[in-house]
Design a protein around this ligand. Structure first.
Ligand SMILES: Nc1ncnc2c1ncn2[C@@H]1O[C@H](COP(=O)(O)OP(=O)(O)OP(=O)(O)O)[C@@H](O)[C@H]1O
Ligand SMILES: [Mg+2]
Length: 249
């Protein structure tokens, strides 16, 4: 059984079916990329998986637990974290304080039996460990909103990691990045993949081909095909959807 499975998800907006019986699975330690042209239904699918939207039909399951009836914050507790493209960052606070807040929010009952001073020290350790993990330890005392775009994206990832996810949902992590920052984000995702499964929605085909074990192509709300990078590059239907542009990269 897969770690994660979305099964036959349907979402209608009035007369438009944005996702039409979409099924997608992610195995433990797998990076599964989701690509597709504008309006294909990628963001709708991410919202259905993370719980921002309720499906009209279908289910979402992680590690044997049916998440479908749960709101977003409870899905996070069950191991499904999502990056929110920087909007989850408190721009006026330091990297440290952003991470302390996130660590505290997800500490649950783990510090309940500690003396307050020990609990505080454990939170400080956890926050610093998250900064080190995404390569932001040098920026630890800087104001988050003043960081360059690439560093803010890393902080966004670190906030998602605070929940210790089994599955990390990354919605266009390379958006707005230059080649150098994109390459660093690829390196970071390569590091993370050893600890968690990743569902990656991304327009940067170089990054997708470098990272993905499996790629699914969404078109008009349906999965057109699923396969390895080689399968997808060689698929004539996919090439015609992209008009022979990006997929040749
Ligand atoms: N809240 C909504 N109300 C009505 N229609 C919506 C809503 N959200 C999305 N849609 C429509 O559903 C379809 C799928 O949109 P979605 O944003 O999921 O696509 P996408 O693959 O993420 O596109 P992009 O690559 O441009 O981000 C589009 O036709 C869009 O106009
Ligand atoms: Mg989108």
């Amino acid at each position: 059984m897969s770690l994660f499975a979305a099964r036959r998800l349907v979402k209608r907006f009035g007369g438009l079916t944005a996702t039409d019986h979409v099924s997608i699975e992610v195995e433990a330690e797998e990076v599964h990329a989701l690509i597709g042209p504008n309006g294909a239904g990628k963001s709708t699918l991410v919202n259905l998986i993370s719980g921002l939207l309720q499906p009209d039909e279908g289910t979402v399951e992680l590690d044997g637990v049916d998440l479908t009836p749960l709101p977003s914050y409870q899905r996070v507790r069950k191991g499904l974290s999502r990056c929110f493209q920087v909007t989850s960052i408190f721009p006026g606070a330091t990297v440290r304080d952003n991470l302390l807040l996130a660590a505290q929010a997800h500490s649950g009952s783990s510090f309940r039996f500690m003396a307050p001073r020990n609990a505080e020290a454990a939170l400080q350790d956890r926050a610093h460990e998250l900064a080190v993990r995404v390569g932001l330890d040098k920026e630890y005392d800087r104001i988050a909103g003043a960081l360059p775009h690439g560093a803010q994206r890393k902080l966004d990832v670190a906030l998602a990691l605070a929940a210790d996810p089994k599955l990390l949902l990354l919605d266009e992590p390379m958006a707005g990045m230059g080649p150098e920052d994109s390459a660093r984000m690829v390196e970071l995702i390569q590091l993370l993949r050893t600890d968690m499964a990743i569902l990656l929605i991304e327009h940067d085909m170089n990054a997708v081909f470098q990272l993905a074990d499996r790629i699914s192509v969404l078109v008009y709300g349906r999965v057109l095909t699923s396969g390895t990078a080689a399968d997808i590059k060689g698929n004539a239907e996919v090439q015609s959807v992209y008009l022979g542009t990006e997929v040749h990269a």
